[in-house]
Design a protein around this ligand. Structure first.
Ligand code: DP6
Length: 323
């Protein structure tokens, strides 16, 4: 019987954002989303089967906070209730980037965990099924299972689908880290607040569904200018919905604003680049591969930017080692 498995997955950054749930129960997204998995945002997870309770959870070799721990315990229970696994496990997740700072660590975390748990299952779990299972852990994780450029539609029990393989994607991203401290309101809570307390929530959902269709069309045409424009507009629309929440959810800080303005200025000057921002202060810049180096160098010169790292697209979740 297998005892130990190591898996790898990459966090993804959405070009069309998932923000809001249709149902909390099975973590059903209210908005369809499209993302790129990034090779610089790597997570490796080791799962060992234990002989006796309790489960043990570590993140970056340390005990994690009680809320994150409870969320992982609950997730293990889900797999057990579905009769996919049995027994007790020790889970050690290593994120090779700042955790819980708005850099989508739950996407790679739950994708790597789902991939590892599937190795302990007696059932054969397809990629689509694995994506659904990862979604139960975290909506964005569904897209890290498939990697590359992936889309997660809305629906009764959606799974992410690969839209473009990493090697076919002629653009990449520059990840600009502005503040590595843990964020105040986690996405899960933030999207609940937006749904219940933002007067713009319904308008956001309608817009997000239109953006998804337009984005798919632009990707089919490899029309980078449209892809970038929709990506930036979609992120700003999501933040407008967040900011309008009462009380307001402002994930930005002054460096975020400086970066957004810089991206727009560089674009006016002829450097084609676009920005996106998740539920945190960091800014991620989308550009064609040959421009990434120049953009990273420029971003590093902006006051308050801690790091600017260029990244190409990565693949999906995979098993690294299995004993
Ligand atoms: C802003 O996937 O972290 O990054 O499903 O509650 O775990 P849960 O939320 P999560 O939300 C991601 C929000 C986002 C946008 C995106 O990645 O699409």
């Amino acid at each position: 019987m297998m005892r130990r498995v190591i898996t790898r997955a990459f966090a993804n950054i959405a070009l069309c954002k998932y923000w809001g749930k249709k149902s909390d129960k099975d973590n059903l997204p209210a908005t369809p989303s499209i993302s790129m998995a990034l090779e610089e945002l790597r997570t490796e997870t080791e799962v060992v089967r234990l002989n006796k309770p309790p489960h043990r959870i570590k993140v970056n070799s340390k005990r994690t906070d009680p809320v994150s721990e409870a969320r992982v315990f609950e997730y293990l229970e889900y797999w057990k209730n579905e009769k996919l696994i049995s027994g007790f496990y020790s889970i050690d997740t290593k994120n090779h980037f700042p955790t819980k700072a708005g850099l989508a660590s739950s996407s790679s975390g739950f994708a790597a965990l789902a991939q590892a748990l599937s190795a302990f299952s007696k059932h054969k779990i397809s990629k689509a099924e694995l994506s659904r299972l990862a979604r139960i852990g975290s909506g964005s994780a569904a897209r890290s299972v498939t990697g590359g450029l992936s889309g997660l539609p809305v629906g009764r029990n959606p799974a992410a689908k690969l839209i473009m393989k990493p090697e076919d994607i002629p653009w990449g991203m520059v990840i600009c880290t502005v503040d590595a401290k843990a964020k105040k309101v986690p996405s899960r809570q933030g999207m609940q607040l937006s749904r219940d307390k933002s007067p713009y929530f319904n308008a956001w959902v309608i817009r997000a569904r239109k953006d998804y269709k337009l984005m798919l069309d632009a990707i089919t045409r490899l029309d980078f200018s449209s892809i970038g424009r929709i990506c930036e507009e979609n992120a700003l629309a999501m933040h407008a919905c967040m900011i309008a929440t009462r009380p307001s959810l402002i994930y930005w800080n002054d460096v975020t604003v400086r970066l957004v303005n810089a991206v727009r200025r560089w674009r006016e000057e002829g450097l084609e680049n676009y920005c996106t921002i998740d539920a945190g202060p960091h800014v991620v810049i989308l550009a064609k591969i040959p421009e990434l180096k120049k953009i990273a160098a420029r971003a590093r010169r902006i006051k308050g930017v801690i790091a600017a790292k260029k990244s190409l697209t990565s693949g999906g979740a995979s098993i690294v080692e299995c004993v």
